[in-house]
Design a protein. Structure first.
Length: 128
């Protein structure tokens, strides 16, 4: 582990995100805590300057070059996908902030996108 610890130490404060990869159970997490954490403390870094995230992580995004189907693959068994659809008409109605007589027309014209619900498409300067 000493060789990997030295690699981390040599990359410290280089302005880049350090990405530690390797097969499952090879010691990636152990390298960071306690080994690298202890190194930081021994070299004057205070406890309140070391941030450990041991909570849920949420990732969102859409990109035509990185398809959503590829995102879950990138987490290699550690991802739990929640696929989000635009509003159903009933959900659209619950959040719609206009006169209900125009709701169906706007839903059919613009779809169930949240932006449509927040804005008033009947206004002259509205565009998506």
């Amino acid at each position: 582990m000493k060789i990997y610890l030295n690699k981390l130490i040599n990359r410290k404060e280089n302005g880049l995100i350090k990405v530690i990869t390797g097969i499952r159970r090879c010691g990636k997490s152990y390298l960071l805590d306690p080994l690298f954490t202890d190194y930081l403390k021994e070299n004057g870094v205070k406890d309140d300057h070391i941030i450990k995230i041991e909570l849920d992580v949420y990732v969102t995004g859409s990109n035509s070059k990185f398809l959503s189907s590829d995102i879950i693959t990138e987490f290699r068994g550690r991802g739990d996908e929640v696929f989000v659809f635009p509003f159903f008409y009933s959900e659209f109605l619950e959040a719609y902030d206009g006169e209900k007589q125009f709701a169906w027309k706007e839903y059919v014209m613009y779809g169930g996108l949240p932006l449509v619900v927040q804005k008033n498409p009947m206004k002259k300067n509205f565009c998506i």
